[in-house]
Design a protein around this ligand. Sequence first.
Ligand code: COA
Length: 162
Amino acid sequence: MKIGVYPGTFDPVTQGHTDIIGRSLRVFDRVIVAVALNPSKRPLFDLAERVEMVKLVTKNLAHVEVEAFDGLLVEYLRQHTAHAVIRGLRAIADFEYELQMALINRKLDNNFETVFLMPSEEYSYLTSSIIKEVGGLGGSLKDFVHPEVADRLRQRLRRPSA
Ligand code: COA
């Protein structure tokens, strides 16, 4: 039983994240999406809301669990007897940061690997910040996030329709 942990802030979860979760099920028997508290990013949605939205978009996927997480990632992997960290690699710009994270995690605990998956090209330019910006300016969110996530974003950003 190979267990992968997909960590992130998910503020909010996008179609790009969902694409990575789907792909990771081809590699792992069980995938745990670990929604990080990450106060340094000053998320728009609180942790419970972010967990709820990831649960919503993955509700039809068997073998996916969603949990809140705070603390050291390698400690979380140890606690969950996981084998690897899953990260999406969208563009060359992601590489340096991802390499740094993977190497720090390896230094902290050499028992885990980081597995990078490429999202579908249509999502390769997405970030949660850009979606919040588009939503805040009243742009259409339909190609980027689940409809219910779009509704919640609009409510939070107080835009009547987009
Ligand atoms: N589709 C769309 N967007 C994607 C994406 C995809 N496939 N993959 C990443 N992104 C976006 C995210 O939405 C996010 O956008 P934002 O910056 O606008 O919010 C950005 O790319 C990268 O963020 P994310 O994937 O959420 O990761 P993160 O950098 O916020 O999270 C943690 C990093 C939480 C995984 C990391 O800080 C961590 O492991 N923390 C635990 C503490 C620890 O162990 N630290 C030491 C090791 S680093």
